[in-house]
Design a protein around this ligand. Structure first.
Ligand code: UT7
Length: 333
């Protein structure tokens, strides 16, 4: 018998406020003290990124608030209570405070009085890293049930004068619950079948936030979009292929690709490189924008809600972000 980390619940939460692309040119209020007005257009944002709208957290609403809402939805979906979970692994780059972790704040908000909780920070690849870590906790016997959350409030780290970045990101959260189950060690098992993690710190300067202990401020996101784009398709296709190869799978055995939702052109380019049609790709970028570590659990939850991802389907999920850090997970839902 082989231990597998199997999905038993999924859920998400999106803040109520939806901002359509056109609002950036018309004047966006309620985010900063001044009205944000950008020299941009719905046409530019849509054609360059595929994004049509995004959700923004309300003033005072934090990453742990969004994460707790998603966590409750996942617990409901699994029919579990918070104390049935042994660990919370939360992927975020926008924790409420420098410390303690957003994960421990979620633990408190859920009323969970046992187990342990910690954050994982691998920017947009954070959820893939969190899944791989949760899988390792389960396979090593350190936990039987792990809640894996991706949650972000990127609206709080935007430079609202930089039209090249601030129109691309949104806020949200998604959560999965993984449970130890017994499989027979083949690809017919439900659960996580393989993981592949990569990073290369030489690319620090193409995507970073210019704050932290080096400045004593929170800072703002800085991105050389074209450079990140150049790495994305190639590295995403490579990591997805490696994750499949680790368990002897080929693209024709895949039911769904659930990519990080940064840019529709990256998503279509990667699918094309993998030889998979867009009919097998879950896309939410049009409605959510880039929600960094939250984008994959949001897409998994929405994909299930839409009736796309069904029990027994093979899902390949992949992401890349600041670091650079990238990776992929193959799982049977
Ligand atoms: O999730 C983490 C990983 N991040 C990503 O995957 C993002 C990867 N990069 C991208 O998605 C794309 O590079 C962007 C969507 C960021 C940009 O698309 P692009 O086709 O690479 O455009 P660009 O940056 O080369 O900009 C083209 C032009 C520039 O004008 P000039 O210099 O050609 O005259 C920009 O100034 O578009 C201009 N521009 C804008 N125009 C209207 C940049 N931002 C905007 C804007 N509205 N919001």
């Amino acid at each position: 018998m082989t231990v597998r980390a199997t999905v038993v619940g999924v859920g998400h939460y999106l803040p109520e406020r939806i901002v359509e692309n056109a609002v950036f040119a018309q004047g966006l209020t309620g985010i900063t003290e001044d009205t944000i007005q950008l020299d941009t257009s719905d046409e530019w944002i849509r054609s360059r990124s595929g994004i049509e709208r995004r959700h923004f957290a309300a003033p005072g609403q934090t990453t742990s608030d969004l994460a707790t809402r998603a966590a409750r939805a996942a617990l409901d979906d699994a029919g579990l209570a918070a104390d049935d979970v042994d660990a919370i692994v939360l992927a975020t780059s926008t924790a409420d405070l420098t410390f303690p972790s957003a994960a421990t704040m979620v633990q408190a908000q859920l009323g969970m009085t046992r187990g342990f909780a910690f954050d994982v920070q691998a920017v947009c690849a954070g959820f893939i890293y969190a899944l791989a870590n949760a899988n390792a906790l389960i396979l090593s016997g350190q936990a039987k049930r792990v809640m894996v959350i991706g949650a972000e409030t990127f609206s709080r780290i935007m430079d609202w004068t930089d039209r090249g970045t601030c129109v691309l990101f949104g806020d949200g959260a998604g959560a999965l619950i993984l449970e130890a189950s017994e499989g027979d060690g083949t690809n017919a098992d439900r659960g996580i079948l393989s993981t592949d993690l990569n990073s290369d710190g030489r690319f620090r300067d193409i995507l970073y936030v210019d704050g932290g202990s080096s400045t004593g401020t929170t800072g703002y996101l800085r991105m050389e979009g074209k450079e990140v784009f150049r790495h994305a398709v190639e590295k995403l296709a490579a990591t997805a292929t490696t994750a499949m190869e680790k368990v002897g799978m080929t693209p024709d055995q895949i039911d769904w690709v659930v990519p990080h939702q940064a840019n529709i052109r990256i998503i279509t380019g990667t699918a094309r490189k993998l030889g998979l049609p867009m009919e097998q790709v879950v896309t939410t970028v049009q409605d959510h924008g880039n929600t960094s570590a939250a984008s994959i659990p949001l897409a998994l939850s929405v994909g299930k809600e839409r009736g796309q991802i069904k029990r027994g389907d093979v899902v390949v999920t992949e992401a890349i972000g600041g670091g650079l850090a990238w990776g992929a997970v193959v799982l049977r839902w």
